[in-house]
Ligand binder design. Structure first.
Ligand code: HEC
Length: 135
């Protein structure tokens, strides 16, 4: 490889990494929903997402145990009692805009509620429902 080719390759790799971190840093809830929809391979079902969110899945907690049954309102952590800002994007513009944060908390919270990670279809359904919730 010539010095020039090497440099160009390094430069494009750096550019690509920069672009990817920009993409990772910001997204809209609709973009995240599209991603989950593609992974799931089916249309999201908001009504199913609501049921999923409100019911227990064999364990002590549902999603609503901490986020409340009206996610346009503040929630309260089921064990620490700490306030949790609203989960519905219409009530909290920061929600579902940081893909890494979203994935981190889906992973943690799904394990707490279901003792496994949520599937892409479950994430799509919950997010589709949250997007319908108005303050
Ligand atoms: C034991 C309490 C608890 C339970 C149960 C819980 N969560 Fe959470 N959740 C939190 C906390 C704490 C945060 C992080 C603090 C914050 O973002 O306000 C969070 C954040 C999130 C986020 C991050 C969203 C964003 O963009 O900021 C998502 C998504 C989420 N939870 C989904 C769920 C889903 C789906 C369930 C049910 C499977 C669930 N949570 C159950 C406590 C809980």
């Amino acid at each position: 490889m010539s010095r020039f080719t090497q440099l160009t390759t390094q430069l494009s790799a750096a550019l690509l990494t920069g672009m990817m971190s920009m993409l990772a840093a910001a997204a809209t809830p609709e973009q995240l929903l599209d991603g989950y929809r593609n992974q799931a391979g089916r249309a999201p079902q908001a009504a199913q997402g609501q049921t999923f969110f409100l019911t227990q899945h064999g364990g002590q907690w549902s999603c609503a145990s901490c986020h409340g049954s009206r996610p346009s309102d503040e929630g309260k952590h089921a064990s620490t009692g700490k306030l949790i800002r609203p989960l519905a994007p219409a009530a909290n513009a920061q929600r579902f805009t940081d893909p890494q944060k979203v994935e981190k908390w889906f992973k943690r919270n799904c394990k707490d509620v279901l003792e496994r990670e949520c599937t892409a279809a479950e994430k799509a359904d919950v997010l589709a429902w949250l997007l319908t919730v108005q303050p």
